[in-house]
Ligand binder design. Sequence first.
Ligand code: PMP
Length: 435
Amino acid sequence: MSLNEQYAERATKVIPGGVNSPVRAYGSVGGTPRFFVSGSGPTVTDADGVEYVDLVGAWGPALLGHAHPAVVSAVQEAAARGLGFGASVPAEAELAEAIIERMPEVERVRLVSTGTEATMTAIRIARGATSRPLIIKFAGHYHGHSDGLLAAAGSGLATFGLPGSAGVTDATAAQTLVLSYNDLSAVEAAFAAHDGQIAAVIVESAAANMGVLPPEPGFTEGLISIAHKNGALIITDEVLTGFRAGPSGYWGIERENVAEGVTPDLFTFGKVVGGGLPLAALGGRAELMDLLAPLGPVYQGGTLSGNPLAVAAGLATLQHADSAAYARLGMAADTVAASVTEALTEAGVAHRIQRAGTLLSVLFGEYSEAPRIYDDVLTQNIEQHRAFFHAMLADGVNLPPSAFEAWFVSAAHDERALERIAEALPAAARAAALA
Ligand code: PMP
């Protein structure tokens, strides 16, 4: 038995499914999940000593690559000073300032520990600000695992074919209206049907938990305008896209395409902003954010919120995510996308590359037009993805173990890493063709 298999067997006895987050379980691809023991730059190494070029990137945080020396030493220095005090540390404001610098729409930031908390708190602020009960989310968008946000939620729920989660009361589920993405008339209709009842619309800045599905031209602007016309807030979820799709997230790309003054009200961040440690954030205009306790009546708190190690990791990551890093990320994404298309086309495998800034994903199947909604991606060829995934893994490339997840390049993906991916692709494409 390989060490990976031994660890999996051991973990399965004491941890449900052997994993602490479902998508790690290789649920839709089968086989033994790899246990990673180290990572460096563009690569990760498993328990059996096999090195892979990594395209999971810790599901987003590893923007600069694994164990970036500046991030590691920032964390080591912070750790040597103390692991946390349950009181504020100076660097918290520095991280808030670094976020605001990239997102001028944000005037105040609160640091939390997970993206789930960030979206949950943003919704609480929206309800507190509007005194309205309902929220709108879009099918296939994932905003973490708080009760009200698990319906038609993409990510692990897509991977495992779950419509929602058991354990969510009907009363809670009824407060979330799930609409079809990219469909402004559905949004108009929901506001008409629930006049004065909708507190907020929460939307992934570019959907990236059902594969990557950027909003159609005009959708973001229309959505913000409709919500505002109806007295509701827009929560733009940048947990995945923030400081990753581009220097100021996907909103930084959209900002150019919307009329001046058309702006989301609240933003949520995670992943990159914590540099690989448990940290996420929410931010927005002062008048909304100052509704949070201790200034206002909306409560949120956390023993580990603003933890000094996590703040140090996030700050070091943002400080090193300069224009050269984004140029490198964009180049790496372009190169991977081109190599995948070349190999799959050569093998006769119908597919579509999806992009949102430096994010990419690959859809297996006949797509003559760009997919627009969740249903469009649910019909993709999962068997081909499975065969492709395992062939890539066998050739030393670690892809997301789900057809519904984005691929994450890093600024550390150098020529050699990109070549290794290109070398693995033809055999994987042939395996997909046979599936
Ligand atoms: N929102 C989005 C858009 C996400 O992609 C995720 C995580 N993949 C979350 C929220 C939840 O973040 P976390 O897993 O840190 O709770």
